[in-house]
Design a protein. Structure first.
Length: 198
């Protein structure tokens, strides 16, 4: 994937800042251009339409979260701890990331629409990433050999559900309850896969 240059990063920074202030619809390209120190034509040359710019902002934030998950997975010595800490980080991000919390504050209807309309993209990106991590871990002998696709989909859908409905059932805002849930339900799922009945 091509790397972004500093100008593009500045545009994405400005777009994210403005989206978090006023929402997606009210974040005009003129406002974003002023904040980035460029003119509107420069943004059009890079992104063509506003929707492409918004998608690029979303992809960059997802990439940042995934990079941190990768760092956690490499830094923890024990397999169970790697899984547990990575999952707790994901749960924490679905509850505290500014694109969730601030967007819900400034434009709640728009936020719900944004995460449902783009839900397919979010879930598919999550599935692809999780499948890659699981397959790599299996090749390294860290996990049992099993079909990774259903597990990856369950985890991606779990995260998306938590994003849309943070309250209900387990209180994931309570760190101890969240950790207990992850240890009991998700760590075994990732280590051993979905059991098949005889």
């Amino acid at each position: 994937m091509a790397t972004r240059d500093q100008l593009e990063e500045s545009i994405l920074d400005a777009a994210l800042e403005r989206i978090l202030q006023v929402g997606i619809r009210r974040a005009s390209l003129d406002d974003i251009a002023r904040r980035a120190g460029v003119n509107r034509v420069t943004i059009y040359r890079r992104f063509r339409v506003k929707e492409n710019l918004v998608d690029a902002v979303l992809r960059r934030e997802i990439t940042r979260v995934l990079a941190e998950i990768g760092r956690i997975m490499r830094s923890e010595p024990e397999v169970e701890t790697r899984i547990e800490e990575a999952l707790l980080f994901i749960i924490q991000q679905t509850r505290t990331h500014p694109l969730v919390t601030q967007l819900l504050d400034v434009a709640p209807d728009e936020a719900v629409e944004f995460f449902t309309v783009r839900g397919e993209e979010l879930v598919n990106q999550g599935i692809a990433y999780i499948q890659g991590v699981l397959r790599y871990s299996q090749e390294e002998g860290l996990f049992e050999k099993y079909e990774v696709a259903p597990v990856a989909e369950l985890l991606a859908r779990f995260t998306h559900s938590l994003l849309l409905t943070p309250v209900g059932g387990t209180n994931f805002g309570d760190e101890d309850l969240a950790r207990n849930y992850v240890r009991a339900a998700l760590v075994p799922l990732i280590k051993f896969g979905i059991p098949h009945s005889a």
